[in-house]
Write a protein that binds this ligand. Structure first.
Ligand SMILES: Cc1cc2nc3c(=O)[nH]c(=O)nc-3n(C[C@H](O)[C@H](O)[C@H](O)COP(=O)(O)O)c2cc1C
Length: 232
């Protein structure tokens, strides 16, 4: 094994670049294809009453330096309404086949609009329509009503045969702009934990922390990571 980040134990001297380790684990999970969505992470937010809530989202960007990850979602969803009130978040990746877990805790900001535009444009057409068609987290009376709503919105976007929007010919698919209420959330961790499964529940575990200071707007100034080994 060439990449030291894929070792079965954390080194005696903890590495100074835990984000690189986490990224190497994510990359290996993709390469070995042992699960359909290895970039799944559970994102925990806290609602207005202090009630934590978790749900799976997909990590679509992992930036080792300066160290943030991105997921995409509906800005009117419950999770984003939680983040509007309290921008702190917890994330958990778990790759069971490799006996590895990564935890991150930190702060969120919305991705720059141009970045969300570019990502939206790269998605397949049906997923783009899905983003327009669903008011994520809002109640709806039936699945039929949801399908009808997607069809109606498809028509509003210029798709002719709304009843059959799934089988629209490629040439008849209008270019769709990104919905203003849909885009990226950047998660800036101030804490990251790497966990490697060990025999007899004697797992290998360490947590790193760094300073994370929000500047003007959505930028952060970050310090160096400092690691501490923890009992499992
Ligand atoms: C594997 C998996 C990946 C998912 N990825 C996303 C995602 O990237 N973005 C998203 O908004 N919802 C995603 N979802 C749906 C969310 O788990 C959740 O149902 C939805 O975002 C609404 O959550 P909220 O009401 O707490 O905002 C995913 C679900 C699963 C099971």
């Amino acid at each position: 094994m060439d990449d030291p980040c894929l070792a079965t134990k954390l080194p005696k001297e903890l590495p100074s670049d835990p984000m690189r380790w986490a990224k190497a684990w994510l990359d290996e999970a993709f390469e070995k294809q042992v699960q359909r969505n290895p970039h799944t992470m559970v994102a925990a937010t806290v609602d207005q009453n202090g009630q934590p809530a978790g749900r799976a989202v997909l990590c679509k960007r992992f930036v080792i330096d300066p160290g943030y990850v991105v997921f995409y979602t509906n800005y009117k969803s419950d999770k984003v309404s939680h983040l509007n009130n309290n921008n702190r978040i917890g994330l958990v990746f778990h790759w069971d086949a490799f006996g590895r877990q990564v935890r991150m805790e930190g702060e969120t900001v919305r991705s720059p609009a141009a970045e969300s535009d570019a990502y939206f444009a790269s998605r397949d057409w049906a997923s783009q329509l899905g983003a327009w068609g669903s008011d994520q987290s809002a109640p709806i009376e039936s699945r039929a009503a949801l399908i009808a709503q997607v069809g109606k919105r498809a028509m509003q976007l210029g798709v002719g045969a709304a009843k059959n929007w799934k089988s629209i010919a490629v040439a008849d698919r209008p270019v769709m702009p990104r919905p203003p209420h849909w885009g990226g959330i950047r998660v800036w961790p101030r804490r990251i934990e790497l966990w490697i499964e060990g025999a007899d529940r004697i797992h290998d575990r360490a947590r790193w922390e760094r300073s994370l200071v929000r500047g003007d707007g959505d930028s952060f100034t970050v310090g160096e990571w400092s690691g501490t080994r923890l009992q499992p």
